[in-house]
Design a binder for this molecule. Structure first.
Ligand code: NAP
Length: 477
């Protein structure tokens, strides 16, 4: 259902869309498919709600966010089940994602109270110079399917904390967790029009947001291709943009690293969410002297991963989101093998027995990867781990930076100087040092180059929802 101006509605067109469980092919739910008219109604509602919402005290807005978080927290288990059904990740990961989603709400409930301005020394004795921070206005937010709840609260929480009102479009594959977030906002008593949910046709919903002069900011998480298009469209009404886009993360393993821990980290970074996260390792570079040993340890660990329906106990890797995602993974593997990569495990779609109706791909490790392969140059977004080798630190840095992407990178080494030497020269927004899971609510998340513009999380994440207003006062002396 759509949530517009404090009410649950069907789409004005009456259209609906099915939500499919990628583990079973079954229809999980049928929901409203919003279009232009619904989006315009949501924009009008957000515009009308903005003056009163932005004038609330920070403490009042904070209380709404906290209450929303508490309601969602009490429903963790049922929402985790919904997430697993709508997009396949194992239940334990779905619970973890909800924890992160709540962290954003909790963090920004506090950060709302810390939006400070400045006073600036004037150039003449009679002047006073003051800088106010004010909310940018109505925000349009667009989120992907791979983190159906955390990507929503990472936008919604700072926007509402700053005093903005919002229209959110969640991915069509995963509207159910989004609906739960808006149910919680409603139950928490967030005033009508402040937060609106319009799932549906991307071209109609996002197109209407982009064309509207009322929407002053667009915050998008998704593919680089769509992000670039939205930046172009934003130019016409000069909207602020925040873009959290694709990644192609390098994972550098130096010969002094703890190889067990490095392999464990590579498996965690590569195979969670079936390899479908923007910060997932996509290229593993190992120093030549330890490459064979590392590949052996890694393949052993990957062979232990249990693939299956994420609702079942003990499953580590769920299905991929759809057929197109499977095909891309297969294409990357086939291309790599044809160009000389050695398949250490996996390599194909799983089709037998319990896998027959879902979109499962066997966790795959490829050795002897080279830069001519597609996998070296494109985001795979699937459970395929290619291992490349390097000789020197200089070469490792050059290989890591040899991409248009710049979201996350990982380094495994026990040499403290090398940690800084390498991290400082990596063209990435996030560097995990002996740490495969760097994302936390209080730190800046985002990329450089074609991985995006802006940061989400922590004190940095609220900046993009605020404008500066400079007051210059002439006093009578
Ligand atoms: P996507 O195809 O770009 O879709 C993301 C969102 O944009 C969805 O809500 C989608 O709606 C909408 N959309 C699709 N085409 C559009 C268009 N032409 N105009 C306007 N909106 C459009 O990306 P995805 O496949 O859902 O997500 C995977 C990508 O997201 C990967 O590249 C991944 O790296 C990236 N990602 C980045 C981050 C980050 O923080 N940097 C985090 C997570 C994911 P529909 O669902 O209705 O098509």
């Amino acid at each position: 259902m759509l949530y517009i101006n404090g009410e649950w509605r069907e789409a004005a067109s009456g259209k609906t869309m099915d939500v499919i469980n990628p583990a079973t092919g079954e229809v999980v739910a049928t929901v409203a498919k919003g279009g232009k008219e619904d989006t315009q109604a949501a924009i009008d509602a957000a515009q009308a709600a903005f003056p009163s919402w932005s004038r609330l005290t920070a403490k009042e807005r904070s209380a709404y966010l906290r209450k929303t978080a508490d309601i969602l927290r009490s429903r963790t288990e049922e929402i985790a089940q919904l997430i697993t059904r709508e997009m396949g990740k194992p239940l334990a990961e779905a619970r973890g994602e909800i924890g992160l989603a709540l962290d954003y709400l909790d963090w920004y409930a506090e950060e709302a109270k810390r939006i400070y301005g400045d006073t600036i020394p004037a150039s003449t004795p009679s002047k006073r110079l003051i800088v106010l921070r004010q909310p940018v206005g109505v925000v349009g937010a667009i989120t992907p399917w791979n983190f159906p709840i955390a990507m929503i609260t990472r936008k919604l929480a700072p926007a509402l904390a700053a005093g903005c009102t919002i229209i959110l479009k969640a991915a069509s594959a995963t509207p159910l967790a989004a609906i739960e977030v808006f149910k919680a906002l409603h139950e928490a008593g967030v005033p009508k029009g402040v937060a609106n949910l319009v799932n549906g046709s991307a071209s109609e919903v996002v197109g209407t947001m982009m064309a509207s002069p009322v929407v002053r900011k667009i915050t998008f998480t998704g593919s680089t291709e769509v992000g670039k298009e939205l930046v172009r469209q934003a130019a016409d009404t000069m909207k602020k943009v925040s873009m959290e886009l694709g990644g192609h993360a390098p994972f550098l393993v130096f010969e002094d690293a703890d190889l067990e821990k490095a392999a464990e980290g590579a498996v965690a970074s590569k195979f969670r969410n079936a390899g479908q996260t923007c910060v997932c390792t996509n290229r593993i570079y190992v120093q030549k002297s330890v490459a064979d040993r590392f590949a052996e340890i890694m393949a052993e660990k990957v062979k232990q991963l249990v693939v299956g329906n994420g609702l079942e106990n003990g499953v580590n890797v769920g299905p991929m989101i759809d057929e197109a995602a499977l095909q891309k993974a297969q294409e990357h593997v086939d291309d790599a093998v044809a160009k000389g990569a050695k398949l250490l495990c996996g390599g194909t779609r799983l089709t037998e027995g319990e896998y027959a109706k879902g979109t499962f791909f066997a966790p795959t490790v490829l050795a002897n990867a080279t830069h001519e392969m597609k996998i070296a140059n494109e985001e795979t977004f699937g459970p395929v781990a290619p291992i490349f080798t390097f000789e020197t630190e200089e070469e490792a840095i050059a290989c890591a930076n040899n991409t248009a992407y710049g979201l996350a990178a990982y380094i495994y080494t026990r040499d403290g100087s090398r940690m800084f030497r390498v991290a400082e020269r990596l063209d990435y927004g996030i560097v995990g040092i002996n740490d495969p899971m760097p994302t936390v609510a209080q730190a800046p998340f985002g990329g450089v180059k074609e991985s995006g513009i802006g940061r989400e999380g922590g004190k940095y994440g609220i900046e993009d929802y605020l404008d500066y207003k400079f007051l210059s006062l002439q006093l009578e002396m």
